[in-house]
Design a protein around this ligand. Structure first.
Ligand code: GCU
Length: 661
């Protein structure tokens, strides 16, 4: 039995003997014609492990003229890129840096694991984005904010003395998909992470991750000078506050010389920040930037801000606060923007800041953990969502100025580029709670490396590497993954509905929520259902959030007749009887989507039954159980939402879903 703890790094002996024979021809030795380093040693170790498992090879030290793998230096290649070429009976992996060799080694293993021919391989690849990060929302005492797979992987109380072997497994998994930086702790950061007590622990983790090419960052609490340093405040323009941060940075780097830098959530959801002292986000970020600059450190400043204004439109707030600061941030500052303007919804239009800050490197922040996406009971393949956002066109420099090209720096020539995914990992034996959510971690990494890869390719690779080598089951599972996100949208937030989730833990639905502790935040604020219709008017007649986008984007969404139905209720208040492009009225279409969503979950359940016997028994049972839970939740969503919206529409649920009485 295997409950999935090896992730996609499952190096079981391949069953295809012809293929095994082919791979074995290149598995006699590893010839390192590259300056040795801990990262190079990792690459060697991984290849040995992979090849011994996958093809039963024993790699010896004896280098012969042919039959092995050769590491070579090639300074013409991009920094972390690599080339894999079959040459004179060997496989040559070349790179400029040791990291490139490491990534090339994992790519070679992936080729073998997915049973591609390597006899005449000629492949080169390099990352489109420099910093490919995971953000952990992990707390000092081992809990995880919005974590659904157990508690934190970091055993703070055992660190620094005890090194859990899982840290290495985690680092291997990340390196195998090209992730090169991690933020260890929650953006709602405890100041305690900057104490000597915790820095020693952080150092221990950094030491484990370094040979896998992974740099460590920390989220910081902006009020640390006051909390830890006992200063009278944390005003970024106060000389003693600056000095406190300069000294702190020095201390951090004395523990971790290659420390990445600070991630900052400030003046957001009650977190402290420079605005308390009448300073701007730029003032705050630049002060920290100066502190880490001598060590080549970075400051990643989050743009997730919104205030308690029930009359306003939260959609516009980050834009309004940050856009005017474009050009004011120091050179080593990156502003990190969530993919959408509200908050990790099942479907959101891209954030209007993308394309609007040509002078400030913007990082993309995705969420891999399924906060608003069904926790660990729902199968939702997120590469579909990531890809949809990355491919959205901002039109800022004409057609083709996609969000991906803003983030990878090509639209505005950003000198720094970064992408972050809020991690879905935890202490559960299978890492991610829902076994299938492993594909979201995997897929995030693959897209962070190369946003041009398709969700189809990711689904296929992951299924082959992780679940089964049986062709028909592969096809079934690949399809399940690829349809799953739309299914989730259908039974939760169809047609552009958003933020109608249960308020407290963000679980389930609560569209009837009219009052909340946060005056800006009720479900009715977002869906705006009334006797006439439903949806948030964000055109010029309404909040005009649409006006934040370039003209071409506005044209695409401005007109309710032509607006893509995916986004309809994001931008328009549409009357219940309005005929849509589907031929149905809005009310009938809404019901149809909710009902279809549930049918689609039933299809997922049935499809899964078909792979029984071709995937591990334990994984089979676990996923089956979670799909059943998803079905129960989908029924709840459908019935609750349809019945609630019916109190506004006053129309019957259409046939065939409910027979007229
Ligand atoms: C969401 C989430 C919070 C998180 C916040 C953020 O609102 O619910 O837990 O802290 O996003 O990204 O800062």
């Amino acid at each position: 039995a295997d409950d999935g703890y090896k992730l996609w790094l499952k190096y079981d002996l391949l069953k295809n003997n012809t293929k095994v024979a082919e791979y074995k021809r290149f598995s006699d030795f590893i010839d390192v014609q590259f300056p040795i380093s801990p990262i190079i040693q990792t690459a060697e170790k991984e290849l040995k492990k992979g090849l011994s498992g996958l093809v039963g090879a024993t790699i010896t030290k004896t280098v012969k003229t042919s039959g092995g793998i050769v590491f070579q230096k090639d300074n013409a290649l991009p920094k972390e890129g690599f080339k894999i070429v079959a040459k004179n009976g060997n496989i040559v992996i070349s790179a400029q840096t040791d990291k490139g060799i490491l990534y090339g080694s994992f790519e070679l293993l992936r080729q073998i694991q997915t049973e591609n021919s390597i006899a005449s391989i000629n492949l080169s690849s390099s990352p489109k984005i420099q910093l490919r990060m995971l953000n952990h929302w992990d707390n000092v005492l081992g809990t995880i904010e919005r974590g659904y797979a157990g508690s934190s992987l970091w055993k703070w109380y055992e660190l620094p003395e005890n090194i859990d072997p899982r840290y290495v497994e985690y680092a291997r998994a990340n390196a195998s998909i090209g992730i090169n930086a991690v933020v260890l702790n929650n953006v709602n950061a405890s100041a305690r992470f900057l104490t000597k007590e915790y820095l020693e622990k952080v150092k221990a983790l950094a030491d484990v991750f370094r040979p896998y090419g992974i740099q460590v960052f920390l989220s910081i609490n902006f009020a640390s000078p006051k909390i830890l340093g006992k200063l009278k405040n944390s005003d970024p323009l106060e000389p003693e506050v600056k000095k406190w941060w300069n000294d702190k940075a020095k201390e951090v780097y004395s523990f971790i010389p290659d420390f990445g830098g600070f991630l900052v959530k400030a003046n957001s959801e009650g977190e402290p920040g420079p605005q308390e002292f009448g300073r701007t986000h730029a003032d705050g970020a630049n002060m920290l930037a100066e502190a880490v600059k001598p060590f080549n450190g970075l400051v990643i400043w989050r743009a997730f801000v919104y205030g308690p204004n029930p009359k306003g439109d939260r959609y516009k707030e980050a834009f309004n606060e940050f856009k005017p600061l474009d050009g004011q941030f120091a050179k080593n500052v990156i502003v990190q923007v969530k993919n959408g303007p509200i908050d990790f919804m099942p479907r959101e239009p891209f954030h209007p800041l993308f394309g609007a800050m040509p002078k400030t490197p913007l990082a993309m922040e995705f969420q891999i953990t399924q906060e608003y996406l069904g926790f660990s009971t729902n199968l939702v393949f997120l590469p579909s969502l990531f890809k949809e956002v990355l491919e959205s066109d901002t039109y800022v420099n004409g057609k083709g100025s996609t969000v991906a090209k803003v983030v990878d720096g090509s639209v505005h020539d950003y000198p720094l580029t970064a992408i972050a995914g809020v991690a879905n990992t935890g202490s559960d034996r299978n890492w991610t709670g829902h076994f299938m959510s492993q594909a979201n971690w995997y897929g995030y990494g693959r897209l962070a490396w190369n946003h041009e890869i398709s969700p189809e390719q990711i689904a296929e690779e992951w299924t082959k590497m992780t679940l089964t080598k049986e062709a028909n089951s592969q096809k079934i599972i690949r399809n399940m993954l690829l349809t799953s996100r739309e299914t989730y949208v259908n039974f939760t937030n169809p047609l552009g509905l958003h933020h109608i989730m249960g308020q407290n833990i963000h679980f389930g639905m609560e569209p009837w929520l009219e009052k909340s502790a946060r005056p800006d935040w009720t479900a009715i604020y977002y869906h705006r259902a009334d006797s006439v219709g439903i949806g948030f008017d964000r055109t010029a007649n309404g909040s005009n959030a649409l006006g934040l986008y370039s003209k071409d984007v506005q044209n695409q969404w401005n007109n309710p007749q032509t607006c893509d139905l995916k986004y309809l209720l994001w931008f328009h208040h549409v009357s219940w009887n309005q005929k849509l492009s589907t031929g149905k009225t809005l009310w009938d279409e809404l019901c149809t989507r909710y009902y279809t969503g549930v049918t689609e979950v039933e299809k997922l359940q049935n499809d899964w039954l078909k792979v029984k016997g071709n995937v591990d028994e334990e994984i089979f049972e676990d996923v089956k159980g979670r799909l059943a839970a998803q079905h129960r939740e989908a029924l709840n969503w459908r019935d609750a939402c349809v019945l609630y919206f019916q109190t506004h529409s006053k129309q019957p649920i259409p046939t065939p879903f409910v027979k007229p009485t």
